[in-house]
Design a protein around this ligand. Structure first.
Ligand code: SF4
Length: 322
């Protein structure tokens, strides 16, 4: 079996809030092989973005890793120094944010911003780094790339800015790219173009990709495997094909049923999951999904269901309902 690039084991993270410490992640375990694409899916507060920020060591002063480990190429990222983490973030793990405008500097040209990480981390001369920036912009399909190096972020459309972010993420040829809701602000056609581009370029580079999203439907075509999160825990994980064909956790089933289908009855109502996502500062007892689960039974309120294998490469955290 291939050596995993990233192994998250039993990760627990808490955050200090006005209402005391909340458990943002509770025993999260995930694995990612080199070249693989993992989609982490969940509603807000499910823990998907906190998982990404934990990998990057960007939990801020309020966040704290309480237990578990994040092994990346043999190093536990929860134990390395801040300087080492910065080095890893610059060279081996890249991050693409949801809103490129908040990550791009409005007063620097696009060329300067794409060339800087190449110049800084690959010790190239500035003209070499600038030329490479032009090649990268062409690679992410920005028309007239060489001419656009001198333009500023406000002269690019939302989709083109996200392409620039992808170019910046690829600049250091990272082993892992984490994209947090990279297409949420874009229309459906541009969404598909950006995700295809991201998937193809990471594949070409041999990098792994983690796609964080609230939209199970969007990632269907791009992920090799999917982890569904709820209330700070992974509730189901499987290969994308298996999960889409045969979801086995009631929450995943609910998410699947709420995706519009081309062959659905015209005029039929879309399914919704009753109730609200859980409040992390006041999680329900036992299975956090039990207040919304149509199959909840007595055992579900008494203890948390562990993530258990139910088929090859398919795990779920549920006491069962079939
Ligand atoms: Fe529903 Fe119980 Fe399974 Fe939770 S453990 S998803 S409440 S059946």
């Amino acid at each position: 079996m291939m050596e995993p690039l990233l192994t998250i084991s039993d990760l627990s993270v808490t955050f200090a809030t006005e209402r005391g410490r909340v458990q943002a992640l509770d025993g999260v375990s995930l694995e990612l092989a080199a070249g693989e694409t993992l989609a982490i899916v969940g509603e807000s507060g499910s823990g998907k973005s906190v998982t990404a920020l934990s990998i990057l060591g960007l939990l801020g002063d309020a966040g704290q890793v309480k237990g578990g480990s994040i092994e990346f190429q043999g190093e536990d990222l929860t134990r390395v120094s801040a300087a080492r983490l910065r080095e890893i973030r610059g060279n081996q793990i890249a991050f693409i944010f949801q809103e490129p405008m908040s990550s791009l500097n409005p007063v620097l040209t696009i060329g300067t911003q794409v060339a800087e990480p190449i110049w800084l981390h690959h010790k190239k001369s500035w003209p070499e780094a600038f030329a490479e920036a032009g090649e990268l912009l062409a690679k992410v399909a920005i028309p007239d790339a060489a001419q656009r190096l001198e333009d500023y972020p406000h002269q690019f459309s939302g989709g083109m800015r996200q392409r620039v972010m992808i170019a910046m993420a690829l600049a250091c040829q990272p082993k892992l790219i984490i994209a947090d809701e990279p297409t949420t602000a874009l229309d459906v056609t541009v969404q598909a173009q950006i995700l295809s581009l991201l998937k193809n370029l990471t594949k070409e580079l041999g990098s792994s990709l983690i796609l964080i999203t609230h939209d199970l439907g969007v990632v269907a075509r791009y992920a090799d495997k999917v982890a569904v999160m709820y209330g700070g825990r992974v509730v189901e994980t499987a290969s994308a094909l298996d999960l889409y064909k045969n979801p086995r956790h009631p929450y995943t089933k609910g998410l699947m049923d709420s995706i519009p289908k081309l062959d659905g009855d015209p005029g039929s109502r879309l399914h919704t999951i009753e109730g609200q996502p859980p409040d992390l500062s006041d999680l329900p007892s036992g299975c956090a999904f039990h207040p919304r689960c149509p199959y909840a039974h007595e055992a579900c309120t008494a203890s948390k269901p562990p993530l258990t294998a139910i088929a090859t490469n398919h795990q779920r955290a549920c006491f069962g309902y079939e």
